[in-house]
Design a protein around this ligand. Structure first.
Ligand SMILES: [Zn+2]
Ligand SMILES: [Zn+2]
Length: 393
């Protein structure tokens, strides 16, 4: 017959969470297996304390227990209030108690059986590679072959490092070395992974000639990796499970590709948008023109409307780069600047002087002598516009 959980922790039915926690800590210290090594009764008591605490420290479980008693956690009863008992293993799940053990025994001293097994199976190390892409490869996506070396499980010995295993003579096969300390709480046993066998509890009986006992071999890899369109310098891609082999039978690490993208000769990238700049002459801006613009997919004729000011920006919607995750495209932006000639031919000079004269006489009295707007009535540009026939009108 199971004891009442409140009785086990020595608290009243109305105990607060703080009181329950305090009671649990006190009892856990007293009955912890490391303090009472080999004491079967203490181990059972410890198990009972943990079980009670698991339930009473959780408000949901506690209220179910208050209503249904132990039946609430009995799988065979069909679980009147749900089957919380299912995963319950006081020696397996220490997430709730970690603080206490860290406090009294120092980290790395969790001596639960499952905890130790988990510590033995670590994930292999990750591998980082830098991959350089051409601008077009990054813009359109590419399947890139990457070459690297990694540790793999030795095919000769299957990772053992020899033809068979034998128990580690240093730790007697337990995988950990224990130290006993005398303290306020009694003698406390701290356990650390055995360095001789790496915590595995066994060592190879002989030395594998292929891996020289390490259980791993270095292998060259050629791996094809799909790189999505739109990536940029600074992006990191993870390829699951292509890293180093685990040192102890766990899953392999991952491969990380750090991308570097070469710049485009003309187009400048800002996020998903592409920018380019053009210098146009004054008549081109004033009268409008067509310019040949380099784009991702070749070059394209783009219309500059009449009366375009310097520093204006034309936008080609959806002609930028895709977002590698969503595929949403940016735009291409074309910045137009006025180009001011440094040298003038005699003809240029003559025309410009004439233009200036006209501008001056037409704007006399307004105190403004620039033809900036260009489409003003009566200016030379107004008339020039009529004289020129523009392909797009
Ligand atoms: Zn050992
Ligand atoms: Zn081997």
């Amino acid at each position: 017959m199971k004891r009442d959980y409140y009785e086990v922790l020595g608290v009243g039915k109305g105990a607060t969470q703080e009181e329950i926690k305090r009671a649990y800590r006190r009892l856990a210290r007293q009955y912890h297996p490391d303090v009472n090594s080999g004491d079967r009764a203490a181990a059972d008591k410890f198990k009972e304390i943990n079980e009670a605490y698991q339930v009473l420290s959780n408000e949901e479980k506690r209220s179910a227990y208050d209503r249904f008693g132990h039946a609430a956690f009995d799988q065979r009863s069909g679980g009147g209030a749900g089957n919380w008992g299912q995963d319950f293993d006081p020696f397996g799940d220490f997430t709730g108690f970690g603080d206490i053990f860290d406090m009294f025994f120092g980290t790395g001293s969790r001596t639960t059986r499952r905890g130790r097994r988990q510590a033995q199976r670590t994930k292999g190390s990750d591998i980082s590679l830098e991959v350089t892409l051409d601008f077009e490869e990054a813009a359109f996506g590419v399947e890139k072959e990457v070459r690297f070396e990694r540790d793999e499980i030795c095919p000769e010995c299957g990772g053992i490092g020899g033809s068979s295993k034998k128990s580690c003579p240093h730790c007697g096969g337990s995988g950990e070395v224990r130290h006993t300390q005398t303290s306020f709480f009694g003698s406390i046993v701290t356990a650390r992974p055995c360095t001789y066998c790496g915590g595995r509890g066994w060592i190879p009986s002989d030395t594998c000639s292929t891996c020289r006992g390490t259980g791993k071999v270095r292998k060259k890899q050629n791996l094809k990796v799909k790189i999505p369109a739109g990536v940029d310098t600074g992006y990191r891609l993870r390829v699951n499970g292509e890293g180093e082999a685990s040192p102890n039978g766990g899953p392999p690490g991952d491969l990380y590709l750090y991308l570097k993208v070469k710049p485009h000769p003309v187009l400048k990238r800002k996020g998903r948008d592409l920018w380019c700049e053009f210098e146009l002459s004054y008549p081109q801006l004033v009268l409008g023109d067509e310019v040949e613009v380099p784009t991702l997919t070749g070059s394209e004729m783009v219309r500059v409307p009449p009366g375009t000011e310097s520093e204006s920006v034309l936008r080609l919607k959806g002609r930028g780069l895709p977002d590698p995750q969503t595929g949403a495209r940016g735009d291409q932006l074309i910045k137009l600047r006025l180009s001011v000639p440094r040298r003038l031919s005699a003809e240029h000079r003559e025309l410009l002087e004439k233009l200036w004269e006209i501008e001056r006489s037409s704007s006399s009295g307004k105190g403004e002598a620039t033809g900036r707007r260009g489409n003003g009535n009566g200016t030379i540009f107004g008339r020039l516009k009529e004289a020129f026939t523009h392909p797009e009108g």
